[in-house]
Design a protein around this ligand. Structure first.
Ligand SMILES: Cc1ncc(COP(=O)(O)O)c(C=O)c1O
Length: 372
């Protein structure tokens, strides 16, 4: 259930091809896998379990060691998706006893387009190549090709050499700092950040499992995640706002999108304080703007202003924001996040109901008075 789409879609494709059935391990309200329920899904027909060690959407650290033991008791193989764990904790595939372990280079500060697939050697020996070409052979005649031994068997063609060099450098860099040190530092930040974020009024943290790494997933009760993301951007804070390629798990918590600040070895407590202070300002600004407009937040995916306002929209973006700041008396309360009231007002102007029509004309009046 916690999986990134990258650990869902390929299995759906394979299941469609082979006639297999996907079964999904549920999570509890903290975003942790329910081990007893997971075990009930295992049976003699279970061929493979595929699970993330850390959820990219919630940060949950899953109990992969126990899950692997359970799967092996039922004769199933296990693939661990380590895309979000490798940069945050030490990885020991032998201690885990996983059959496969995969991660992408760009998750550990290496270039994109390169990654790692670990497989137990007896399994790799049994597996046919998945692509043909140079390097993956021992001998070729027109009658017959003898394939190379693993891993060369699986690496047809010329590899992405520069990226692999970058990946090696990134791994050396992390090794030098020490994954235990990184993990300790980030664990402390997650604890601190969780406590601080929960002081922001109207903030809901999605994913509250005891064991978490790397990210906070949150929503504010005033503004949709995209608006919060834009407002944070205005404050110089980069976050991802959206579904994080993990729609099933967000829907499990009744949301389509969240704001996701993420942590790495270079972050500090001061970064968290800056984030929390910005969220406090954004939330206060949004509440204030809503009370000035006299209407609560209405989400709408369309972004069309009433026709009178259209020509001014692009032309006067900053002016509009200033004008709205003045009109709504937001001023410096939201720092320099001028896009915030602008965004709110625009969103209020969307939709076609009578009430929205009224909001739109209010907005036009505000805009016009600001641009005489
Ligand atoms: C947990 C997890 N698995 C898989 C992926 C997919 O990685 P890539 O885009 O390199 O295939 C990601 C990327 O965000 C991820 O977070």
């Amino acid at each position: 259930m916690l999986e990134h789409h990258a650990n869902i879609v390929p299995w759906q494709q394979l299941a469609a091809e082979k006639g297999a059935r996907l079964r999904v391990a549920p999570v509890d309200n903290s975003g942790q896998i329910i081990l007893e329920e997971y075990e009930k899904l295992l049976g003699p027909r279970t061929r493979i379990v595929s699970v993330s060690q850390v959820s990219n959407a919630l940060g949950t650290i899953t109990p992969v060691k126990e899950m692997i033991e359970m799967a092996h008791r039922h004769g199933a193989r296990v693939l661990v998706d380590g895309a979000q764990s490798v940069a945050h904790m030490a990885t020991d595939v032998q201690a885990l006893d996983c059959d496969f372990f995969v991660f992408s280079g760009h998750k550990i500060f290496a270039p994109t387009g390169v990654g790692v697939v670990f497989g137990k050697s007896d399994l790799l020996e049994e597996m046919p190549p998945w692509q043909g070409g140079g390097n993956m052979i021992i001998d070729v005649t027109f009658e017959k090709t003898i394939y190379n031994v693993p891993p060369a068997r699986f690496e047809a063609g010329t590899g992405t050499i520069a990226d692999a060099v970058g990946l090696g450098a990134a791994l050396d860099y992390l090794d030098e700092i020490g994954m235990e040190n990184i993990s300790r530092h980030e664990h402390e930040l997650v604890q601190y950040g969780t406590a601080q974020l929960l002081t922001v009024p109207g903030l809901r943290l999605i994913g509250t499992a005891n064991e978490r790494a790397g990210v906070f997933s949150l929503v504010l009760d005033t503004l949709p995640p995209e608006e919060v993301g834009k407002a944070l951007d205005q404050e110089g804070i980069a976050v991802r706002a959206g579904h994080h390629c993990a729609q099933p798990i967000l829907r499990r918590f009744g949301v389509e999108k969240t704001v996701r600040p993420s942590l790495a070895l270079y972050n500090t407590r001061e970064d968290i304080d800056t984030l929390v202070a910005a969220l406090q300002r954004i939330q206060a600004g949004a509440v204030h703007a809503e009370s000035k407009l006299g209407r609560s937040w209405e989400d709408s995916s369309s972004f069309d202003l009433p026709s009178e306002a259209m020509p001014r929209k692009r032309e006067c973006r900053h002016g509009l924001a200033n004008s709205l700041n003045t009109q709504l008396e937001l001023g410096p309360r939201v720092g320099d996040a001028k896009a915030l009231p602008f965004g709110i007002a625009l969103r209020h102007a969307t939709g076609r109901s009578a009430e929205h029509g009224q909001i739109a004309s209010d907005l036009c009046r505000i805009l016009q008075s600001g641009f005489k």
